[in-house]
Ligand binder design. Structure first.
Ligand SMILES: [Zn+2]
Length: 320
């Protein structure tokens, strides 16, 4: 697989608009941002996706353009379960539906979490205190999220409402960034168990890397002015903490304010795991969002360090 660059569909002006809103553009350097980032990522991916089979794609949050994709066919055609990358959307949905409050907490008991004939044990260290929703997201706590998702399963119409939220978010989109993608899908769960598996991104949802990138791009687009409502603020805080000290800590880059979310999901034959890391910069006001996916890997252990290394390579081209 070579590192082939997609012809960017974003106009240079759109990206420059994003960058200009962050910081004054250095004189003369402005016109080179997009091509410099693209060239950097192309080199990075050529080096990276030799031993690790996977890919990377980058988009601007404030426009509808894809900036870079390492393997155009793969990011369009690979259908994967999203795993825990659905959790920010679940959190947003629970908060919007009034089924969870930002100031609530739940004491993760740790230890084994057998569910639906499988194991969903939390990977985080014991916390010694109940977890609020943002911290639970940062640590990708399955105990907390299964506990809160139960409320959806019990609520009238709740089961189908999360599937609808995922569709609305773009998980099932088959036309993304103007490109035809593999048939991603989100189906309505037939049972409570199936709904809870969907809440962990492990059933009734398959998506492409490009569709996941687009879903996050939309999730991170802020309304202009004013304070964010809890349904937007809490997932954003949790994703910032995820990179600072949570499951995405391997993506941390000194001097860059990054946010993100890891995901690890079983392959369709359930014989192996695939890893995701969706990350964005700056966490306080996202301008760029990146998806990294790794076959036969985990989100926190394999995809996150690749994302961190990619941001480190991009750093000289970012106005920081
Ligand atoms: Zn936990």
């Amino acid at each position: 697989m070579g590192g082939v660059v997609l012809r960017p569909t974003v106009t240079r002006r759109a990206l420059l608009g994003v960058m200009a809103s962050l910081a004054p553009l250095p004189r003369g350097a402005a016109a080179n941002y997009e091509s410099a980032m693209t060239a950097t990522l192309r080199q990075f991916c050529l080096r990276t996706f030799v031993s690790a089979r996977g890919g990377l794609a980058l988009a601007a949050v404030g426009s509808d353009g894809l900036l870079f994709a390492s393997h155009p066919a793969i990011v369009r055609e690979t259908l994967w379960k999203p795993g825990s990358t659905v959790k920010p959307f679940l959190l947003q949905h629970l908060l919007e539906q009034g089924l969870l409050r930002a100031e609530e907490s739940f004491p993760c008991p740790g230890g084994p979490l057998p569910f639906a004939g499988r194991r969903f044990d939390c990977s985080h260290a014991p916390q010694g205190a109940p977890l609020d929703p943002a911290t639970a997201l940062a640590l990708s706590c399955n105990h907390c999220f299964l506990h809160w998702a139960e409320r959806l399963a019990r609520a009238r119409g709740g089961r189908a409402s999360f599937a609808e939220a995922l569709r609305r978010a773009g998980f099932s989109a088959r036309q993304v960034f103007g490109q035809r993608c593999a048939p991603a899908s989100v189906s309505n769960p037939a049972s409570k168990e199936a709904m809870l598996l969907q809440a962990l991104g492990e059933a009734n949802v398959v998506t492409t890397p490009l569709a996941l990138l687009e879903a996050y791009r939309r999730l991170l687009a802020s309304p202009s002015g004013g304070e964010l409502p809890p349904a937007m603020r809490v997932p954003r805080q949790g994703m910032r903490d995820c990179v600072r000290a949570g499951t995405g800590a391997e993506a941390r880059v000194e001097g860059l304010d990054l946010g993100g979310k890891t995901g690890t999901a079983t392959s369709s034959d359930r014989l192996s795991l695939n890893g995701w890391m969706v990350s964005f910069w700056p966490a306080a006001r996202p301008a760029l969002v990146m998806v990294v996916f790794v076959e036969n890997g985990r989100g926190g252990a394999e995809a996150a360090p690749i994302a961190g290394a990619a941001w480190r390579a991009l750093r000289p081209h970012l106005p920081v």
